[in-house]
Write a protein that binds this ligand. Structure first.
Ligand SMILES: [Zn+2]
Length: 70
């Protein structure tokens, strides 16, 4: 699968298709039978959301912590 985004100078990401910087987008993720709204970078022009494995995994750890705190 071709990556639709490229990293820009080590800090933001840009959408290759639109050439625009990504903005934080709310994405509904289902994990362990519950759904969570997580903030992931996405392109507001074409609606594609960047799901970086490392980033997504980090979010999942945050969600797990939230579950444990309850
Ligand atoms: Zn785009």
């Amino acid at each position: 699968m071709a990556h639709a985004f490229s990293k820009q100078g080590g800090e933001g990401w840009i959408c290759r298709k639109c050439g625009k910087p990504l903005t934080q987008t709310s994405v509904n993720v289902t994990y362990m039978g519950s759904s969570f709204l997580v903030q992931l970078p996405g392109c507001e022009t074409c609606g594609t959301v960047l799901v970086d494995d490392e980033l997504a995994f980090g979010r999942m750890l945050e969600v797990e912590k939230l579950l444990e705190d309850k």
